[in-house]
Design a binder for this molecule. Structure first.
Ligand SMILES: C[S@@+](CC[C@H](N)C(=O)[O-])C[C@H]1O[C@@H](n2cnc3c(N)ncnc32)[C@H](O)[C@@H]1O
Length: 223
């Protein structure tokens, strides 16, 4: 059995400054200039969408897999959705290149080394919309002082409502998802509940690690 530890935090319950932080970000657009390597990665996505098979030939649409790590989840989603294009993004070159050489990346899967906060904004600007957006086991940043590093505490958060019809977030720290759900409600007025996740076959390496160590896992689906 794996001995992965569950998340511990000095935070008791939803962060006291969550509402104030999210509302401030809703009121002021995040305008940080794009980094060059992210512009180049976005160019690869545009090239993929403009070369055969063209976007229209993905009848299941596009699926975004943010913080995809080694890309295992992106590859699995591509196999499960052969008529969709899966776009997996991770900032870590080391993680993305951990794929064993024999692991074949399907044609309908594109893995990009980039920062999500730039790629999300470029997709919206270029009217590239996604059917689903997976954020699987984002870094939890459990210290109370790290609220702004969690995706819902980040100034880019408000753009997520324009990126995809449905966003699926998984974590082994339910408070992360409770905060995400509350932030989503501030953003869209839509309420969603965090649910316990029953794993049959892990979708990501982190999911596998937590599952093997007997941790309870959680999922939030927001529209
Ligand atoms: C806990 S790991 C989870 C990886 C994978 N989703 C899984 O479940 O196995 C978090 C991942 O987020 C990536 N990451 C963190 N911040 C990011 C950002 N701003 N843009 C893209 N990737 C990021 C890290 O490189 C890391 O691979």
């Amino acid at each position: 059995m794996d001995n992965s530890k569950s998340v511990t935090s000095n935070q008791q319950g939803i962060h006291q400054r969550l509402t104030e932080t999210v509302n401030r970000h809703i009121q002021s657009a995040y305008k940080k200039p794009y980094q060059q390597h992210n512009i180049e990665a976005f160019g690869q996505l545009q090239q993929k969408l403009n070369s055969p098979p063209k976007a229209a030939q993905y009848p299941q649409g596009l699926i975004f897999d943010s913080c995809c790590g080694t890309g295992l989840s992106s590859i699995t989603l591509a196999e499960q959705n052969p008529n969709a294009l899966i776009v997996g993004v991770d900032q870590s070159f080391a993680r993305l290149n951990k794929n064993t050489p024999e692991q074949i990346i399907p044609d309908n899967c594109l893995l990009l080394q980039a920062n999500c906060e730039d790629i999300w904004r470029m997709c919206i600007e270029h009217k590239i919309h996604f059917e689903k957006h997976y954020i699987l086991y984002p870094n939890p940043w459990p210290k109370s002082s790290h609220l702004k590093r969690r995706w819902h505490g980040h100034p880019v958060f408000p753009v997520l409502k324009d990126l995809a019809k449905q966003t699926i977030v998984r974590s082994n720290w339910p408070l992360y998802l409770e905060e995400f759900a509350q932030s989503w409600c501030l953003l869209t007025d839509n309420q969603h509940r965090v649910k316990q996740l029953i794993i049959e076959k892990p979708l990501t390496l982190f999911e596998k690690k937590y599952w093997l160590s007997g941790q309870t896992l959680f999922e939030l689906v927001v529209e």
